[in-house]
Design a protein around this ligand. Sequence first.
Ligand code: MN
Ligand code: MN
Length: 341
Amino acid sequence: MAQLVERCLGKAEVASSNLAQGSIIIFIKLIIIGDFKMTTYIFGHKNPDTDSICSAIAYADFKTKNGEKNILAARIGDINNETKFVLDKFDISAPKLLTDGTDKKMILVDHNQETQSINNRDKGEVVEVLDHHNINFQSAGTIPFIADAVGATATILATMYFETKTPLDKKIAGLLLSAIISDTVIFKSPTTTDKDKTMAKKLAPIAEIKDLNAFGIEMFKAKSVWGDMNSADIIEMDRKEYDMSGTKISITQVETVDYTDLVPRKKELLDELLRLKELRDMNLSVLLITDIIKEGCLLLAVGDTGKIEKAYNKKLENCEMWLDGVLSRKKQVVPLLEKVF
Ligand code: MN
Ligand code: MN
C-alpha cells in the first residue's frame, strides 16, 4: 500500500502524511486521482455545433456499449439554440463542460486542428480522432485516426453502429440524424455525400422522424432566433479560426431560414467583427450569413478583404457581398481563401 501510495502521490506527500492516521484521506485522494487519470473525454470543437455535441455523446455511447470503461462525452463551449432544440427533442442532457486539456486523456470528434480545439491540448494526451475535416494534426505516437470525406462526423458514427451491430436506440439515432441534417444543411450543402443520405434514411425510422425536410427546417428555425442574442453571441456561435500561411483568419458561419432577418443588424455585426479582429489579433474577420432557403450567403468582412475579392473575383460593397449557391464554409470558402493567401 505504502509503495502504491508513493507512486501515485509522490514521496513528499507520503513523507508528510502519517499513514496510520492519514490512510483514509490518502485512499480518497487515490480514488480521485485514479479516476481523473482513467477518464477519457470525447469532445468536438470550440463553439460546438450539433455534430460536435451529438457525435461526442454518440461516440461515448458506442464505446461504452462495446465494453470500454470511463468514457465521458464532453463539450468545450456553450450549446447553441439548434443543438438545444435537438437535445430537448430527444430528451438528452448536455455533456459536461471541459475547458482545459492539461493532463487529460482525450478523443477528438468533428475536428483535429489545434486552433479549434481545447485550450492546453498539448499538455494532455489525444488518444484518438474521429473526423470529417481537412487534416492538420500532429501526434508523437501512433493513434487511431478515423476520417472520411463525408458530410458529418455522425455519418461515420452511424456507419460504425450498423457495421458492428451495436444497439442503437431512438435517442442516439435522433442525435446522429440531427447532426447529419445540420451539417449537410438538409442535404443541400455540396459537402453532402451518398453515405450521408443512406445513413439518414436508416436512422430516421429508429429516431421516429418521418419528414426529414420538415424536421430540418424546424431545427434551423430554432437556430435562427436572433432576438435574444447580442452580436457577440451571434459571431461566437459557430466561429472557427484558421492560419493560412501565417495569416490569421476568423470565419463565422450562421445558418438562417431568412438572412434578411439579420440585415438590419449589419452595423452592429460589423462592429463586432472589427472588435474581434483587434482582440484576437486577426488579419481578417468574416461572417457568413447562410440562407438555407435561398441557398446562398451574405458575406460580411473586415480587415484584409482584398483577398476575399480576389478569391471570389467580386467587389465588396459596404463590406458585404452576396454569394449565390455558397452554403459550405468548409468546401466553398476555406479552400478558396487558402488559394489566395
Ligand atoms: Mn462541426
Ligand atoms: Mn461536422
